[in-house]
Design a protein around this ligand. Structure first.
Ligand code: S3P
Length: 187
């Protein structure tokens, strides 16, 4: 769908009766694409990782370090149940959010999930640019991401929309996303 087609974009917005939730492996582009999508649709954007950090008053790396992954997932579940509130908005999640059963039920039951997918080598390249991802600290990032993909893809694929991303320009990615959303909402 062309980004100039304001009528079609307005039609999507008016049909949207629940949040759109971006899921997928770390560094797939959930936040980047989610933010842009929210801006084009003229709805609110929230980043779950950022909200967790705000609520905890510490970074994700520190939460993992001091309290462990279980504690992080509890906070993530609380934040997601606050963010998924039946209003049109876009929410970017952390890659492991759907591995918690209650969070997954909330996302797949009360939101429109978009699985943002990118090649593992792309994810390795992107995640190597900073050390914000505690799960990649202890081992070979390619092996870890591959293992996470094996476990998580069966859950991610419950999303009604799958967005394959590459290095193309953001406006093309958003046009593709809007087209997929339109098809889904018209079903
Ligand atoms: C995680 C992904 C991270 C963050 C945390 C755990 C995961 O978010 O929530 O480090 O389990 O895949 P991004 O997907 O935004 O990197």
């Amino acid at each position: 769908m062309n980004l100039d087609n304001q009528t079609a974009i307005a039609a999507i917005k008016s049909t949207l009766d629940r949040p759109i939730v971006m899921i997928g492996l770390m560094a797939a582009g959930k936040t980047r694409i989610g933010k842009e999508l929210a801006s084009v649709l003229g709805v609110e954007f929230a980043d779950a990782d950022e909200e967790i950090e705000k609520a905890a008053g510490m970074s994700i790396a520190d939460i993992f370090e001091c309290y462990g992954e279980g504690h992080f997932r509890d906070g993530e579940r609380r934040v997601m149940s606050r963010l998924i509130d039946n209003t049109p908005k876009v929410v970017a999640t952390g890659g492991g959010a759907v591995m918690d059963k209650a969070t997954a039920d909330l996302i797949f039951g009360n939101a429109i999930a978009i699985w943002v997918r990118a090649d593992i080598n792309t994810l390795v390249e992107r995640t190597s640019q900073n050390n914000k991802r505690p799960l990649l600290k202890d081992g070979n990032p390619h092996d870890i991401l591959k293992r996470l993909a094996d476990v998580r893809y069966p859950i991610y694929q419950k999303a009604p929309i799958m967005l394959e991303t590459d290095e193309g320009p953001m406006n093309k990615i958003i046009e593709t996303t809007l087209g997929l959303l339109q098809d889904y909402l018209n079903r």
